[in-house]
Design a protein around this ligand. Structure first.
Ligand code: GLC
Length: 661
């Protein structure tokens, strides 16, 4: 049974608050000692350092209590106001720019970048040695072409093992070290994802051709025999039939590229799972993004019907080139975007940590069907790539004129879905170098164009020094070798690409003695120096990163556009001469521009700092000008059809604040 004992506790004098009164002079709490103490303390006026008894006696008086309460409620109100202000600021803040938006993407063609061990081939350790180059250029995002184990029939795009490093390029440890060092320097690494096909030496293909039940449908197989040697008229990107007979299996397999690159069958859920696992593998390693290759060719029509000929009169047996057919059944098939959305979703799961966003860029050449390219952005609800590569400026050399360049830029800007982020490139390992195809005269203006347009530019290694095609070589893939010659680091032996032997896997361009990184670092007027200052300008000026882009003028020579940001009086005008002759541009009909314009930067340095009247802006052929000006009149409200912005932002100069508007 529970017993309750009553215990008498003597709380003593200190247990009651002798100063606790209702109001001034009101009756004290039941305190046996109060009569004794109060008269004594009541005489004392409050003073600094007064004993507790005096303090308590006075603290309840209205003249102390009221201000105290006012201060208390003031504090509550201030706290609430602060919270409300914080929420408003957060709600009004424009989205933070992501790393792949702030920095250009630099493409390293691994074989040709830097050879660390003197075997003539660039390697992972080589890249690690040259990280300072990216830092010098203020480049944060680096895409490294494939390093996976491969027989290198298509320079590593024929993968034998998606999880292994080819010994030619180093080891997995080299890769991990490179990635760790890049991360420690704030650099991001983008790698290739090559889902469309494997090498014919891949384990899966061997198991598939020998009819292993699990692997037999990993690739696209179809019957073919003596009377019907090919299942249909489909052709490979590299020419001739896209089908090759395999005598082990006694069937034909599909290859949209080389015959050594059998196409994977993405209608098979096991293949989809394999690719997701590969994505996981590299995300777990810590890579920052993927360049997903040949995405438009991931699926083919299951009915395998012939594709329509471009020239219906052409004899069907002479159809051998990719240009001979309309690719209705081998590109952009239904279901393809679901694959990309799934991969994107995998990547999102790894993007949650701050600063660890995983980036995706897709490669799809859609030529005149630009709307197909735009679909790789996904929709406003379901994301796919951060941007699909914009290949339209590759056509720039077709017609070097201001109007033509404007047309190519507009093609992207006018077709890009609202709110998306543009991107620009003029070269890659599959394309002739722009300095050769457009002409060396234009390389500086082209770099200026890429670095001042809105969105992310991609720089193919060597473009920052104006490297040219090395024609006339007879290496492993004659048509692509010219743009893949070794990087020109210095005028030393082998251009500093390696320093151990006389070999380089492809011959060096003979101009390396004058066109090289070291020489250009020492020359303030070099292509490299200008690339570097333009990149610094781009990343330090809000109008370039966040501002409106507006077409101002285009003619046979000149293309001119501006960048401005609401609320910021500083704006930039670019005047680029892509024509063959000097030109004088008259922008007097643009009232938003001040009459006098000062050249901040010219590709022809002697024109730096010149003050020009807007009615007479002279440029040489191939010259580009960046003009900074001050204005309170915005161009875009008066010419909405000429202007684009990805995400509107405004600047409040009084408090140096950027906000959504
Ligand atoms: C990618 C590569 C290209 C390669 C092709 C097929 O498009 O850029 O070099 O030939 O894939 O693998």
């Amino acid at each position: 049974m529970l017993q309750t004992n009553t215990v008498n506790i003597n709380l003593g004098d200190g247990s009651l608050n002798p100063g606790f009164r209702d109001v001034d002079g009101g009756s004290a709490a039941e305190d046996p000692g109060k009569e004794k103490r109060d008269p004594e303390y009541a005489q004392i006026k409050p003073y600094a350092g007064m004993p507790k008894e005096v303090l308590l006696l006075h603290s309840c008086k209205a003249r102390y209590r009221v201000p105290r309460e006012i201060l208390f409620w003031l504090m509550v109100a201030c706290t609430l106001a602060l919270v409300a202000l914080t929420v408003t600021v957060i709600a009004l803040s424009p989205r933070c720019m992501n790393w792949w938006q702030v920095s250009p993407v630099y493409q390293v063609y691994l074989r040709s970048f830097k050879d660390s061990d003197g075997d003539g081939v660039g390697d992972l350790k080589g890249i690690q040695k040259q990280l300072e180059h990216f830092q010098y250029l203020n480049i944060k995002s680096v895409w490294v072409s494939p390093f996976y184990r491969s027989p290198l029939r298509d320079s590593g795009y024929d993968v034998e093992d998606f999880r292994a490093i080819d010994p030619l390029f180093g080891t997995m440890q080299d890769f991990e070290k490179l990635l760790a060092e890049m991360h420690s320097k704030g650099l991001k690494l983008i790698v290739d994802l090559i889902p469309n096909h494997t090498s014919d030496r891949h384990r899966w293909f061997n198991l598939s051709r020998t009819g292993d039940p699990h692997y037999k449908d990993y690739y696209v197989w179809s019957d073919c025999n003596g009377s019907a040697p090919r299942p249909n008229n489909w052709v490979s990107v590299f020419g001739n039939s896209a089908w090759t007979y395999d005598d082990v299996r006694g069937q034909c397999y599909l290859h949209q590229f080389l015959k050594e690159q059998p196409d994977l069958n993405f209608r098979n859920p096991h293949v989809r799972k394999e690719m997701t696992d590969i994505i996981h593998f590299w995300l777990e390693k810590g890579v920052d993004g993927f360049r997903v290759g040949a995405v438009n060719r991931l699926l083919e029509a299951a009915h395998l019907r012939d594709e329509p000929q471009v020239d219906p009169k052409k004899a069907p047996e002479s159809v051998a080139s990719v240009w001979d057919l309309h690719h209705d059944y081998t590109t952009s098939q239904l279901g393809l975007h679901d694959l990309l959305r799934d991969w994107r979703a995998e990547m999102q799961a790894y993007s949650r940590e701050p600063g660890r966003y995983r980036f995706m860029v897709t490669e799809s050449y859609d030529y005149h069907e630009v709307d197909k390219t735009m679909m790789y952005y996904g929709t406003s609800l379901v994301k796919e790539s951060d941007f699909p590569f914009n290949f339209y400026l590759l056509d720039l050399p077709q017609n070097t004129s201001g109007l033509w360049v404007k047309h190519l830029v507009q093609l992207w800007m006018a077709n890009m879905p609202k709110g998306q982020w543009p991107n620009w490139l003029v070269g890659n390992h599959d394309q002739p170098r722009i300095a050769s195809s457009a002409g060396h005269t234009y390389i500086r203006a082209i770099n200026m164009l890429l670095l001042t347009l809105p969105g992310t530019p991609t720089t193919y290694y060597g473009e920052e020094i104006g490297m040219e095609n090395n024609n006339g070589t007879d290496g492993p893939s004659a048509s692509q070798d010219p743009q893949r010659s070794p990087m020109q680091w210095s005028s030393d032996m082998n251009a500093g690409f390696n320093n151990k032997t006389n070999t380089t896997w492809l011959p060096l361009h003979p101009d390396y003695r004058s066109i090289n990184v070291k020489a250009q670092m020492e020359d303030e007027g070099s292509v490299l120096a200008q690339y570097r200052s333009l990149n610094t300008l781009r990343q330090s000026e809000l109008p370039f990163l966040r501002g409106w882009f507006c077409f101002v003028h285009a003619d046979a020579s000149v293309f001119s556009y501006l960048r401005e940001l609401d609320g910021l009086s500083r704006a930039f005008l670019m005047v680029l001469n892509f024509g063959g002759e000097p030109a004088v541009t008259d922008l007097s009909s643009v009232p938003e521009l001040p009459d006098l314009l000062t050249v901040q930067m010219s590709t022809n340095r002697s024109n730096d700092d010149k003050v020009l009247h807007k009615s007479r802006i002279p440029t040489e052929a191939g010259e580009g000008l960046v003009i900074q000006y001050t204005t309170n009149t915005r161009f875009h409200p008066n010419h909405p059809e000429q202007c684009y912005v990805s995400e509107k932002a405004c600047y409040l100069s009084a408090v140096d604040l950027l906000y959504q508007c």
